[in-house]
Design a protein around this ligand. Sequence first.
Ligand SMILES: Nc1ncnc2c1ncn2[C@@H]1O[C@H](COP(=O)(O)OP(=O)(O)OP(=O)(O)O)[C@@H](O)[C@H]1O
Ligand SMILES: [Mg+2]
Length: 443
Amino acid sequence: MKLSYKLALVLSLAASLSVLLSSMVFLGIEYSLLKNSEIKTESAMKTGVAGIIREAQLANDPLILVDYLRLLGKEHKEIGRCRVWMNGKWRDVKGIGANLKKDNALILKVFPASKTAGELASLKAQIWLSRSAIENKISAMRRSLFRQMEETSGVFIFLGIIFALPIGRGLSRRIQIIENAVAKIGEGKAGMRLEKLGRDEIGRLSEGVNKMAERLDEIDRIKKDFVASVTHELRSPLGAIESHVSHILSGKTVGEEDRKSLSLILNNVNRLSHFVSNLLQMAKIERGKLDFMPKIAALSPIVEDGALFFASAAQKAGMKLDYKVDPQIPPLRLDPDLITHVLANFVSNALKFTRPGGTIFVSLERVGNWAECSVKDTGIGLEEKDVKRIFAPFERIRNPLKATGVGLGLAISKSIIEMHKGEIGVESKPGVGSRFYFRLPLK
Ligand SMILES: Nc1ncnc2c1ncn2[C@@H]1O[C@H](COP(=O)(O)OP(=O)(O)OP(=O)(O)O)[C@@H](O)[C@H]1O
Ligand SMILES: [Mg+2]
């Protein structure tokens, strides 16, 4: 469940719970007020009747009391019966409590006549209040209170959800921003920075993420500078060793044993300088310092020369290397040295990962609005899951041919092709072979 929904649910539940609790308290208070008001009504009734008795005595008219009681009976449905003591006997006031059950639960209220009255000193009134009618009245009021509580709770829950959803979204949106940023840092994009996300804990968390990214960025920069300077420093002595050993080997005075040792040294120095120059090139790409000098140039001769350059190496390795170039491809905006580098890596890889007897085919053709150069081999091929990895730096797949390398060639090629606004990719099947390609835009 999304965090925003969880938060909205929790907030609306909390709102409903507090509404429910406060309604219950409110209901309790209302209920006791209701009871009190019932008691007050009774005592007001008593005082009222007592007052009217006094008035009736003063006016010497018992009908005033009878009329008053009749009115009272109409007004208060809980009055089940009224009778008046006059002229020495009890008389029922007619028309009161006609529909009321005359059960045993009637409460008798007696209003004694005033002893101080004159002629009608013996005027009295009795009122029966129906307990069930009182209870019915109270429970009807209670029901209406419950209904009101239900309605207000419903409204509050609805409002709670309406208000909680944007609050939840707001919170989860900020957490999502941080999550995306952390994912980007995890992908190695430590250059990203988060916008200010408030002053609360989430805001402070975003500041912490920014500080972490800054530090990582700095460490990354130090690492790149270090690699760049070390590889740069290594290049000159390696070049010197390479040229001196080559020079000694070209001499006639070197014995057979020494020649073998020197060739071994030369091979290793070549491997080392290939590694160092790849490392240096990657460091330059990462620091945005790779010399990219595009010009309008024909791609066909670059592809042809590249294929021819590896022909003898393919022959030595017992492979057939062919090429086919479309001469109609118009000149493009490209950096010939860098494109040669990409092609060289494709073909050298094809040589490394194909068994003797296999074939390598280099081609240049037009595909839609692209000029596509591809190197197809009948080598060991790649699994689907590995295809996604090999364009990242230092990614190599365990291979049965024990081919050497550091895993930088394709990463460098990818950056070079991206500089040209082109595309790079591979189609491969394990055990069948691979077709690595790059495309450059024709316009
Ligand atoms: N033609 C191919 N057939 C099968 N696997 C290949 C092929 N080309 C590349 N790969 C796989 O991709 C990996 C990366 O290639 P990449 O050119 O980047 O590095 P490398 O050749 O191992 O070393 P480097 O090019 O830095 O000397 C290789 O190690 C290999 O596992
Ligand atoms: Mg390579």
